[in-house]
Design a protein around this ligand. Structure first.
Ligand SMILES: [Zn+2]
Length: 435
C-alpha cells in the first residue's frame, strides 16, 4: 500500500465546510487510494511516508469533467465556425461513421493526457467502441464514468446499441480498481424517441446503473420536441419516468422553463454545464445562477474537443464565471469559489461518485498540485480567485489519482506522451482519408 505525505502545502480542500478563509497551509496524508488526514504538522505524526515537498504549491482536489466525448480529440479543428446542425450532419457525423476501434483508443489516450496535464482527474464520457476507451482509462490511471452513446432511430440500430451498451456495463463497471463506472448513454430526446427511452430505462433498472443524456441543448431541440410531443424536453423525460430512482447526468440544460428547473432540482439530476461548447456552437446561455439558487447539482464539462476545442477545465471554470456575470450584467453572480466547487465537489455529485471531489479524510486521493511560484499567481490574496481567474493549465505540476502519482513534476508516469501524440495524429490523418 502506497503511503504519501504532501508536506507544507497550501490546501484548498473544497470540502463544503464554511470557513472564513477557505484555504490553509498544512500536510496531507495518503494511504493506499484514500486521504487519511489533512491538517497541520502531520509530518511529525506519520513517519516513513514518501514525502512530496509541497512548499510553493497549492493542493486542490482533481477536477471532474462531467461531459465529454473523449476520442473526438481526433476531430479537433476539423470543422469550426459552423451552425450546429450543419456542423453535425455535414462534418462530424460523416467522419464519425468512419471511426474504428483503434482510433477510439488513441483519441481517448490523447484526451486523457490533455486532461491530466490540466488538472482533471475524472471524466464522464459518451462515445462508441467504449471498451477501447475503458482500456485507455485502465492504463492511464484516470477515473472515468463511461457510456456508449445510443441512437434509437430505427429498430435494428436501437437494439444493437442496447446490446452493446449492456455488454460494456457487464464487462467494465467497477473495473480498474473501481476507477471505472459505467452508465447507459441514450444520446438525446431527438435521437431516442420515448418508446426507445423506455427500453433504456428498463435496461438501466436491470443493470442497476444510471444514465448520461444530452438535454435541452438548443432552441431547435426544444421546439421540435414541443411540436412532436406537446411537451418541453425535460417534461417529456419526466413523463416517461427517466429520472425516477436513478442517477442521471443531463448535459447542457441550456433552454429551461421554470417548471423544468424544478424538475431537475426535485429529481436531483446532475447537470453538466459546458459553457465553452455552448458559446462556440452559439447554443445559448444555461441559467446556471438560477439553477444553483434553486438547489440544483451543477458540474462543469468541456463537451468534445471538436466543439471547444480543448479539454482544459481551468478554462471552463473561468468561462463559466465570466459568461454568467456578463449575461446577468452582475459581477456578483458565479463567484470564484462557487465555480471551483462546481468543478470539484459538486462535479463528483453530478457524476454520482461517492467520496470524490474534496480533500477530506476518507475521500479518494485525487489531488492536483499547482505551482504557485508564478508571476500571474503572485500575490496570494485569494487562492480560489487566483485559480479561477489567473491559473493556467501549465501551472499543474503533479497529479495524484486514486492514491497513485500519475504525473510528477510535469512528467507523465503512466503514459508515453510522445507516442500518444504520434499515434493520435496518425489516426486523425487516416480518418480523413477513409471513404
Ligand atoms: Zn455532448
Amino acid at each position: 500500500m502506497g503511503k504519501l505525505l504532501i508536506k507544507d502545502v497550501v490546501i484548498l480542500p473544497m470540502d463544503g465546510v464554511e470557513r472564513e478563509q477557505p484555504w490553509f497551509t498544512g500536510d496531507i496524508v495518503v494511504e493506499g487510494n484514500i486521504i487519511k488526514e489533512v491538517g497541520e504538522d502531520l509530518r511529525y505524526k506519520y513517519k516513513g511516508y514518501e514525502i512530496i515537498e509541497g512548499k510553493g504549491l497549492l493542493a486542490m482536489p482533481g477536477m471532474l469533467n462531467c461531459h465529454t466525448h473523449a476520442a473526438m480529440t481526433l476531430l479537433r479543428s476539423y470543422a469550426d465556425d459552423l451552425p450546429l446542425q450543419e456542423w453535425l450532419e455535414e462534418k462530424i457525423w460523416p467522419r464519425e461513421a468512419h471511426l474504428q476501434s483503434d482510433d477510439i483508443y488513441w483519441g481517448t489516450m490523447l484526451s486523457i493526457l490533455e486532461m491530466i496535464k490540466s488538472g482533471t482527474t475524472a471524466f464522464a464520457d459518451m462515445y462508441f467502441f467504449m471498451e477501447r476507451g475503458a482500456q485507455a482509462v485502465t492504463e492511464s490511471g484516470i477515473r472515468a464514468s463511461l457510456c456508449k452513446g445510443m441512437i434509437g432511430l430505427g429498430k435494428a440500430k436501437g437494439e444493437q446499441d442496447l446490446a452493446v451498451a449492456e455488454e460494456l456495463v457487464k464487462e467494465w463497471n467497477g473495473k480498474a480498481d473501481g476507477r471505472i463506472t459505467c452508465l447507459l448513454g441514450p444520446h438525446a430526446p431527438y435521437t431516442c424517441p420515448p418508446d426507445y427511452l423506455r427500453e433504456v430505462i428498463k435496461l438501466s433498472d436491470k443493470l442497476g446503473v444510471g444514465l448520461h443524456i444530452h438535454l435541452a441543448e438548443t432552441l431547435k431541440e426544444v421546439s421540435d420536441i414541443e411540436e412532436q410531443y406537446g411537451m418541453r424536453p425535460l417534461e417529456l423525460m419526466e413523463s416517461i419516468g427517466l429520472f425516477e430512482n436513478r442517477h442521471v447526468i443531463a448535459a447542457h440544460c441550456v433552454h429551461l422553463s421554470d417548471k423544468e428547473v424544478d424538475i431537475l432540482v426535485k429529481n436531483k439530476v446532475g447537470v453538466a454545464h459546458n459553457p465553452q461548447s455552448n458559446m462556440k456552437l452559439a447554443s445559448g446561455i444555461a441559467p446556471i445562477p438560477k439553477l444553483l439558487q434553486a438547489g440544483a447539482i451543477v458540474g462543469l464539462g468541456t463537451d468534445g474537443a471538436a466543439s471547444n476545442n480543448n479539454l482544459d477545465l481551468l478554462e471552463e471554470v473561468r468561462y463559466c464565471a465570466l459568461l454568467h456575470k456578463v449575461s446577468a450584467q452582475d459581477p456578483t453572480v458565479t463567484p470564484a469559489y462557487q465555480v471551483l466547487d462546481m468543478a470539484t465537489r459538486m462535479g463528483a455529485q453530478v457524476m454520482g461518485l461517492d467520496k470524490v471531489g474534496s480533500l477530506k479524510p476518507g475521500y479518494k486521493a485525487d489531488i492536483v498540485l499547482l505551482d504557485l511560484q508564478k508571476p500571474h499567481l503572485t500575490p496570494l490574496h485569494d487562492v480560489a480567485a487566483n485559480v479561477v481567474y489567473s491559473a493556467q493549465s501549465s501551472d499543474v505540476k503533479t497529479v495524484i489519482i486514486d492514491g497513485k502519482v500519475v504525473m510528477k513534476n510535469k512528467q507523465m508516469l503512466t503514459m508515453d506522451e510522445e507516442r500518444v501524440m504520434y499515434e493520435a495524429q496518425r489516426c486523425a490523418d487516416d480518418l480523413l482519408k477513409r471513404e
